[in-house]
Design a protein around this ligand. Structure first.
Ligand code: KIV
Length: 253
């Protein structure tokens, strides 16, 4: 199982790395948790580069090994493949090892274009927060008939060369089935049950520090722990041994 957590600054990134977190996602969720925005839509590429540089510096300082995934923010890849390449280049030069972009069919050509040019890509399907307004809110995706479309998009993204795929708020049977069907693209679940190849959480959520209500699928790993590093290590252990997430609590059927 692959462990991924978000981090947005040098110190927390270094602590996560020391706790054994394998992938640090510099998520555009920083718009909500760091900037106080109501969604990720207002996050800019400059802001993403600033935080990616900070995370990369923190990991370098402790000679860490975490794989850094930089989120492509809203408006930085929708226009054209060339625009996406410019934005991805900026994130890679800021210290990312891989970029993540949200969306289905329409992103496939962009993913292929980036991968062919040596940029590892993580795709993101299901609840895609940048398009939350079009989706009608933060709700489960891929139920009923829309499961077929999500499956086709996932297969197309694998075919285009995406090496990872975040599946957010997708029913557990669908994310488990996709994990079997995507041998060369590692599925990373968030609110998608525990059949995926890895898990990701927003760091503030799993530490029990946030301004709103925690999503139902989040567990507060700070409970009973004496330090942030211990909480992150508990998260790593729970993902590795399969106790997080608990399908009984998180099955979206
Ligand atoms: O921005 C982010 O933190 C994300 C995760 C919720 C997967 O995209």
């Amino acid at each position: 199982k692959i462990t991924m957590l978000t981090a947005y600054d040098a110190t927390f990134a270094a602590v996560a790395d020391a706790a054994g977190v394998e992938c640090i996602l510099v998520g555009d969720s920083l718009g909500m948790v760091c900037q106080g925005l109501s969604s990720t839509v207002g996050v800019t590429l400059d802001t993403m580069c600033y935080h990616t540089e900070s995370v990369a510096r923190g990991i370098r300082r402790v000679q860490g090994t975490a794989w850094i995934v930089g989120d492509m923010p809203f408006g930085s890849y929708q226009e054209s493949k060339e625009q996406a390449l410019r934005s991805a280049t900026a994130l890679m030069q800021a210290g990312a090892h891989m970029v993540k972009l949200e969306g289905g069919g329409w992103t496939t050509d962009t993913v292929r274009f980036l991968v062919e040019r040596g940029i590892p890509v993580c795709a993101h399907l299901g609840l895609t927060p940048q398009t939350v307004h079009a989706l009608g809110g933060y709700r489960v995706q891929g139920r009923g008939d829309s499961a077929t479309q999500l499956r086709q998009e996932a297969l197309a993204l694998q075919d285009a060369g995406a090496a990872m795929l975040v599946l957010e708020m997708v029913p557990e049977p669908l994310s488990t089935a996709l994990t079997q069907e995507l041998p060369s693209c590692h599925t990373i679940g968030i609110g998608a049950g525990n059949g995926t190849a890895g898990q990701v959480l927003v760091m503030h959520d799993m530490l029990g520090v946030n301004l709103g209500k925690n999503p139902k699928f989040v567990h507060n790993f700070m409970e009973g722990q004496a330090s942030v590093q211990a909480a992150m290590s508990a998260y790593v252990a729970a993902v590795k041994n399969g106790t997080f997430p608990d399908n009984a609590k998180h099955a979206w059927v």
